[in-house]
Design a protein around this ligand. Structure first.
Ligand SMILES: *Cc1c(COP(=O)(O)O)cnc(C)c1O
Ligand code: SF4
Length: 337
């Protein structure tokens, strides 16, 4: 095996990095100098939810470490195929809150638009890993329906771009979509939930920042960072560009076994986020999605971790521990006492 030391991708555009991302487990293992012989059984898991990871994210992983907390987020494992009674395809019952294709309306005042079915990375714990994107891959005509739905409901003041990853499409597409949203008078806030500043920081070009910040809406970006190691200098620079454009930066994490279920790991994460101008927002209990049971941290342990981090961090660096329950009117906070 020849260790690949190259950093060829650093000179590539984000589009090149996206299309050249690693999709083949053998290439990933070679890149990290992991012994293929020791590779856990992956074929079935791969078929269910393919591997996708950009070089820029792999570059933040330790060489030769099967337990690397970033690797564990994306490495397909045979364990995913184990069936668990409570773990289902649509744990949040989003299908029941999907009034028009590409739009999910569960909470008062805000709607979620599936702005793109494509992600730059496949996270093994993803609650949308089984989402029917083929029927929620909005065409321009579907946008019209989703926008009409919003326009007819004056109580909707915030539009959340989600996915997939809403920053996967080209700038022009986003520009058009955002201008249509901004044309609805009662909408005052645009929110973007994305992993791209972490997994493909080259995506945060000056032009994108311009598109995201030059309209009349408040812009909030929620990044999904689970571990401090995800924030390297390229990510810090990307976040700096967003911050300079007055975009409010928040983070949500998922509590994941063997990845971030240690108090020190969560404390470091909050501190590292603060270094790069991002405020902790939510720490989510894992949604019970089929294929992700091995990542689950139980509520008792989650509450213990919260007590430990609250004992060390200022209140503003403590994320809210929440879970999502189908039919609830908001995320459900877990009581600490
Ligand atoms: C999480 C979520 C939101 C946003 O909830 P906040 O508590 O405002 O962050 C909105 N819509 C849907 C469908 C969601 O799952
Ligand atoms: S939707 Fe988010 S969590 Fe799911 S695979 Fe895509 S980037 Fe990962």
């Amino acid at each position: 095996m020849i260790p690949l030391k190259d950093t060829f991708w650093q000179a590539e555009s984000w589009q090149q990095q996206m299309s050249g991302m690693i999709r083949d487990p053998e290439r990933l293992l070679a890149r990290l100098q992991l012994d293929e012989e020791a590779q856990p059984e992956t074929a079935a898991a791969l078929k269910q939810f393919p591997l996708r990871v950009p070089e820029a994210f792999v570059a933040k992983m330790a060489i030769g470490d099967w337990k690397d907390p970033l690797l564990l987020q994306i490495l397909p494992l045979g364990e995913e195929m184990a069936e668990h009674v409570d773990y289902v395809n649509d744990p949040l019952e989003e299908a029941a809150a999907n009034p028009v294709p590409g739009l999910i309306h569960k909470y008062h005042g805000r709607v979620l638009l599936i702005a793109s079915p494509t992600c730059a990375v496949h996270c093994r714990y993803c609650f949308r890993r089984n989402f029917p994107y083929d029927t929620n891959n909005p065409s321009q005509r579907d946008w019209q329906h989703a926008l009409e739905y919003i326009a007819e409901r004056p109580e909707i003041s915030e539009v959340i771009l989600s996915g997939g990853d809403p920053l996967s499409p080209p700038d022009e597409y986003l520009q058009k979509l955002i201008s249509k949203i901004a044309a609805i008078p009662h909408v005052d806030t645009l929110r973007i939930h994305t992993r791209l500043p972490l997994v493909l920081p080259a995506r945060i070009t000056q032009n994108l920042v311009h598109v995201l910040s030059h309209h009349r809406l408040h812009t909030v970006m929620v990044i999904h960072c689970n571990h401090a190691n995800e924030i390297d200098s390229a990510t810090a620079e990307a976040l700096g560009r967003l911050k300079n454009a007055n975009i409010t930066l928040l983070n949500q994490s998922v509590l994941l076994k063997d990845i971030n279920n240690e108090a020190d790991t969560l404390i470091n994460l909050s501190r590292r986020l603060f270094d790069v101008n991002v405020m902790p927002y939510y720490l989510h209990l894992l949604d019970k999605v089929r294929g992700a049971a091995h990542f689950r941290v139980n509520e008792e342990e989650a509450l213990q971790l919260m007590r430990a981090i609250m004992a060390e961090l200022p209140g503003y660096l403590v994320p809210k521990l929440v879970k999502e329950e189908p039919g609830a009117s908001s995320k459900s906070p877990l009581a600490l006492l």
